[in-house]
Design a protein around this ligand. Structure first.
Ligand code: ADP
Ligand code: ADP
Length: 228
């Protein structure tokens, strides 16, 4: 479904953040990408729908090699939706509903369909009633939910979430985990990065461990967390 083959990436042609990363994600999986701050998780994610182009290596989505021209990117970004760690990097419109509508409108969907998707997506994340609110007046957790709704409204096959539990209170974590499990059961493939090891067994069935730009381990959550 999603394959990354030996990608390398340096910032400013200097600091190598990814040193040759390969991974495969099958349809319907729920994956945790585990790594400390600075390991390269965000950098890897930015390659998964072509926001970054690797110095070396390739990315395949549903068997098709990712290409970086405008038209291909539109197609791939519809399949792979990324929720950034900081919702302020993702939310731009003056109202919540306009923000969530942005993606579907860009796809050229009819207004009626856009409206339907916005309503559904906001209900899904528990933000019905916030349609006319200005995003910058919302709390951090609420902004995160609007960002997730914006991605959901695109109906992606793969959802990638960068540190989605960061900054949430325990109830927020429980709600988010429940939502992601439901989406996964509905067939969306989900990849979550986190440095919060304790939470991983609550949702992921499979784990990749990234250290210093290299994947050093991969296995079922049971295997990875088994005590030696
Ligand atoms: P993680 O998401 O695991 O915290 P990142 O992918 O954000 O890791 O960062 C990987 C490495 O790349 C870190 O050493 C970080 O300092 C460096 N890095 C990230 N963004 C930039 C940037 N814009 N310019 C230079 N170095 C960066
Ligand atoms: P604050 O940021 O003011 O501490 P939040 O906005 O994080 O509060 O949380 C408000 C409510 O929204 C909480 O009940 C929390 O569980 C829920 N919540 C937060 N983030 C999400 C999310 N991504 N998905 C679903 N529910 C969430």
């Amino acid at each position: 479904m999603l394959e990354v083959k030996n990608i390398k990436y340096s910032y400013n042609n200097k600091y190598q953040a990814l040193k040759g990363v390969s991974l495969k994600v099958e349809k319907g999986e729920m994956i945790a990408l585990l790594g400390k701050n600075g390991a390269g998780k965000s950098t890897l994610f930015l390659h998964l729908n072509g926001i970054f182009e690797p110095d070396e290596g390739k990315v395949f989505i549903e068997g098709e090699e990712l290409k970086y021209d405008k038209k291909s990117l539109v197609k791939f970004r519809q399949k792979v939706g990324i929720v950034f760690q900081n919702p302020d990097d993702q939310i731009f419109a003056p109202t919540v509903e306009e923000d969530v509508a942005f993606g579907p409108l860009n796809l050229g969907l009819p207004m009626e369909e856009v409206q339907k998707r916005v309503t559904e997506a906001l209900a899904r994340v528990g933000m019905s009633g916030f349609e006319k609110k200005a995003p910058h007046h919302l709390s951090g957790g609420q902004k995160k939910r609007v960002a997730i709704a914006g991605i959901l409204a695109m109906k992606p096959k793969i959802m990638v979430l960068d540190e989605p539990t960061a900054g949430l209170d325990p109830q927020g974590v429980t709600d988010l985990t429940r939502l992601l499990k439901e989406l996964n059961e509905e067939g969306i493939t989900i990849i979550i990065s986190t440095h919060e090891v304790d939470l991983v067994p609550n949702y992921a069935k499979k784990v990749f461990v990234l250290v210093d730009g290299l994947l050093i381990a991969e296995g079922s959550t049971k295997e990875i967390f088994a005590q030696p």
